[in-house]
Design a protein around this ligand. Structure first.
Ligand code: NG1
Ligand code: ZN
Length: 542
């Protein structure tokens, strides 16, 4: 380590005095102007992690669904996963170190993690379309080079595309080619082969309106479009040519406001979807003949996917174990439907895709989705081999199902939740099953629900257990929530500190929208009173 050079370059990316940031569930995220030093330091850290794992490490510059003025950075581990927990701590330490302590912190990390500093390092970098992203990704590169790491800058990429690149590079090309064409070709080939088998291929199944949140998804989908146009034609909205990123549009807006995005004209019963700002989330929706808006969120996506996979397995005659992983935000109706009607085991983990991803790896086939539309399906290597064999050996009908499954395995991004890949999977399933968006929606009816935020002095006073469904501290809060929940039918509520914003999140569901709204408001008041609320008391209404 050339400590002199590190000190010199670090001073060019100086940390603002007193600024403390935490590596949260999605890396570092805050106003873009506070992130230059963090980017440089994450470049340094990525080199150390690469040396330690003897693998390619990814660095993604994005703040996903957050406002355009924000930015963020996260590291991607060798198999496309989120950074290992002990390294999240190192990231926080390094990002918060004062200039004069930088050398010591770097040496500490290297010693603790037994990093061989002689080892080569390789880092791949991607960024979203935020105006601040280009300069910030240059700061990452400065960090990588000053520690002697090699790098490849992919420039503009969706977050899941960067995960894909990392995964490809660390699996010797077996998973796919680590280029943007490689990604387009792998997914499109699987999609086109799959949809060729669909008997219903009328116009209704061939066109889809996509709200791209004015983000990177628009650019990438436009590039990719002609690769799969045989099977699907997409019409892009909020493509970044005029509107602001994530403003009044995108998956997060649609899910949290439960209304359509601006900038998209929707006719009744037309199938529409929204990506978020870095294209790792997707939700579907439509207007019925009476003009009512219907949201089809991550839970219903997981239901469609897992039921289709289960059907294929039955057809092939394989008894592989399939599990669905959700968080506390999953709608109660979805959990009930999956368990009772579909007889698929459902597991609940803490919020944050790394928890879901980890749990899903325990199954032959693990389908995981957050209600907000972030998710994918994971297939164990043993399953992949078995399916490939079946596709060769079985007789006609079974072989067809095995072939489909083979294509679906290729179509899912195994490295991360991916809006583009999920969209193609969903479109293929709808076409193969001849399902309209209304029929899909009618699988079950969501319980009305409401999510709110409460400002408190220190959100860490709230701690939770049981996959965040119960509050342990502050004293009395869970009892208060229990008493409130009892007042409503089919009701459930929980609170947890956000991992990405300085707020406490409140979630409530009940038998009617009015009840869900009331319950959420009452729980907000309890949080405000018992957990040190600041500013104005929560007001009813939204
Ligand atoms: P927080 O801020 O911890 O609730 C949000 C989402 C997560 C996840 C992360 C990362 C909700 C309620 N929370 O986390 O699911 O997507 O952002 O982007 O949607
Ligand atoms: Zn995102």
């Amino acid at each position: 380590m050339d400590l002199g050079a590190i000190t010199k370059y670090s001073a060019l990316h100086a940390k603002p005095n007193g600024l403390i940031l935490q590596y949260g569930t999605a890396g570092f995220r805050t106003k873009a102007e506070h992130l230059d030093h963090v980017m440089f330091r994450m470049g340094l850290l990525a080199v150390l992690r690469s040396k330690q794992t003897k693998s390619t490490i990814g660095v993604m510059v994005t703040a996903s669904h957050n406002p355009e003025e924000d930015n963020g950075v996260k590291l991607v581990d060798p198999l496309g996963e989120m950074l290992a927990p002990s390294w999240e701590e190192h990231a926080t330490c390094l990002a918060n170190a004062e200039e004069q302590d930088m050398q010591r912190v770097l040496i500490d990390i290297s010693e603790k993690e037994a990093v061989n500093l002689q080892q080569d390092a390789f880092v791949v970098i991607g960024r979203d379309t935020r105006p601040s992203s280009e300069k910030l990704s240059q700061s990452v590169i400065d960090g990588v080079t000053v520690l002697g790491g090699q790098f490849h800058d992919y420039g503009l990429l969706t977050t899941p595309q960067l995960h894909y690149m990392v995964y490809c590079r660390n699996t010797g090309g077996r998973y796919g080619k680590a280029t943007i064409e490689g990604y387009y070709q792998k997914l499109s080939k699987a999609f086109v082969e799959l949809t060729k088998q669909a008997s219903c291929s009328g116009d209704e199944y061939r066109s889809l309106k996509v709200d791209c949140a004015n983000g990177i998804g628009a650019l990438k989908l436009r590039e990719m479009e002609h690769y799969f146009s045989q099977g699907l034609s997409v019409q892009l909205f909020n493509d970044g040519s005029k509107g602001k990123l994530n403003h009044l549009c995108g998956a997060d807006f649609v899910k949290s406001h439960q209304k359509p995005p601006q900038g998209m004209e929707i006719k009744s019963n037309e199938r529409c979807c929204s990506f978020d700002g870095d294209a790792d989330r997707i939700v579907y929706y439509y207007h019925d003949a009476d003009g009512h808006f219907h949201l089809i969120d991550g839970d219903k996506i997981a239901t469609l996917i897992s039921s289709f996979l289960k059907e294929l397995l039955v057809e092939i005659g394989e008894s592989l174990n399939i599990g669905v992983v959700q968080t506390a935000y999953a709608n109660g109706s979805s959990t009930r439907y999956l368990e009772e009607v579909m007889k698929v085991p459902v597991y609940c983990t803490k919020t944050g895709v790394k928890h879901l991803h980890h749990k899903a790896q325990e199954f032959d086939i693990g389908v995981y989705f957050e209600a907000n539309g972030h998710g994918t399906a994971l297939f164990s290597t043993a399953v992949e081999m078995k399916i490939k064999q079946s596709a060769e050996q079985l007789e006609d009908k079974k072989r067809k199902a095995a072939k489909m499954l083979e294509n679906i395995i290729d179509l899912f991004n195994q490295a991360a939740g991916d809006a583009i890949s999920d969209m193609l999977v969903i479109e293929a399933i709808l076409a193969l099953k001849g399902l309209t968006v209304q029929q899909w929606d009618a699988l079950y009816t969501d319980l009305p629900n409401r999510q709110l935020k409460v400002q408190v002095a220190d959100r860490r006073v709230i701690s939770t257990t049981n996959a965040e469904r119960q509050a342990v501290t502050p004293p009395g809060l869970q009892e208060a929530i229990n008493d409130l929940v009892k007042k409503y039918k089919l009701s459930r509520a929980f609170v947890r500190p956000s991992g990405t914003e300085d707020v406490v999140r409140v979630y409530a569901e009940a038998d009617s929208q009015e009840s869900a709204d009331h319950l959420a408001h009452e729980v907000s008041l309890a949080v405000f009173q018992l957990a040190g609320g600041i500013g104005e008391r929560p007001q009813p209404g939204f």
